[in-house]
Write a protein that binds this ligand. Structure first.
Ligand code: ZN
Length: 97
């Protein structure tokens, strides 16, 4: 089970597997890096706080599983995360030319 946030519904969805689209509105989901076990153990107030953070696009990025994977990739390469981001940006620029 994985925790996803839909910014269209402004809801957190617990889904079976890594999903891309919201089962409710078909909008694009963001998978959060919080684990299912951790999420289910949050109390009502903590879940509310998490949802508030998710409403902010900058904070949502920091909470997302994709951001976490970027950091792991950086650690694997022993590089600061900013270098990896530059690498991705450079890669994208190469494709867009
Ligand atoms: Zn939705």
């Amino acid at each position: 089970m994985y925790i996803h946030y839909c910014r269209h519904c402004q809801r957190i969805h617990i889904l079976n597997g890594h999903k891309t689209y919201c089962p409710r509105c078909k909008g694009h989901l963001t998978e959060l890096r919080i684990s299912y076990i951790k999420y289910v153990n949050l109390d009502r107030q903590e879940r509310q706080t998490l949802r508030e953070h998710c409403k902010n696009p900058g904070e949502l990025l920091l909470l997302s599983a994709a951001y976490s994977r970027t950091q792991e990739y950086a650690r694997w390469l022993s590089l600061p995360v900013s270098n990896v981001e530059n690498y991705h940006t450079g890669h994208y620029a190469a494709y867009s030319q």
